[in-house]
Design a protein around this ligand. Structure first.
Ligand SMILES: [Mg+2]
Length: 199
């Protein structure tokens, strides 16, 4: 039986129009490489410069963030059903908090890259489960990127991939997701799937 939902933030719950390619260009790091991991390989000086670029983009994203379709409806159902809810994001704590404040969303637990190892590491999922005293099999990780699926699976949770306009095969690990939805606008399908998993 599913008792908790763990959401990615950007492009899952909110649209903050973060342009990761523009960030990479400005930082001078190769396309298609994960930004946080790239920064760890730079000199201290370069990494500091890139962190400033990242923070500026993320802060601007928080200021323009809007809730994605379906999130309000899903939140009502989450509360009605007494499901636990958490957000696990590679964004920073101050920016994630500013984003949630901007869109007026409250969540029980928020784990960011400032809290510990970040996705695709399963640490934030395991930590959430420990805090809730739940088994990973009792939670669902929901996100729009391969790291969301990878960290959920590595922790032993069920996973839901949101493809937005893309088709699932564009995502390297789509076949590993337990459910594929276009977005949370399809939340009734998500809830029906959860109900189908039974107790
Ligand atoms: Mg995302």
């Amino acid at each position: 039986m599913i008792r908790g939902l763990i959401f990615d933030l950007d492009n899952t719950l909110v649209d903050s129009r973060l342009d990761f390619d523009a960030m990479r260009r400005e930082m001078g790091i190769p396309a298609d490489t994960p930004i946080l991991e790239s920064l760890e390989r730079l000199s201290l000086e370069d990494a500091a410069r890139c962190r400033e670029i990242l923070h500026r983009h993320e802060l601007a994203g928080a200021a323009r963030a809007i809730l994605l379709p379906g999130v309000e409806g899903l939140w009502t159902e989450v509360e009605r059903r007494g499901l636990r809810s958490a957000i696990v994001t590679r964004n920073s704590l101050p920016v994630a908090q500013a984003t949630l404040e901007k869109v007026g969303l409250t969540v029980e637990l928020l784990l960011t890259r400032d809290c510990g190892p970040t996705k695709p590491d399963p640490w934030p999922i395991r930590t959430t489960c420990e805090q809730w005293s739940l088994e990973p099999a009792e939670v669902v990780v929901i996100g729009d990127y391969r790291f969301d699926i990878e960290c959920g699976r590595a922790a032993g949770a069920r996973t839901v991939l949101l493809t937005h306009c893309g088709t699932p095969h564009l995502y390297p690990n789509d076949e590993e997701a337990d459910l594929v939805l276009s977005s949370l606008a399809e939340f009734p399908r998500l809830l029906a799937w959860i109900d189908g998993l039974g107790s």
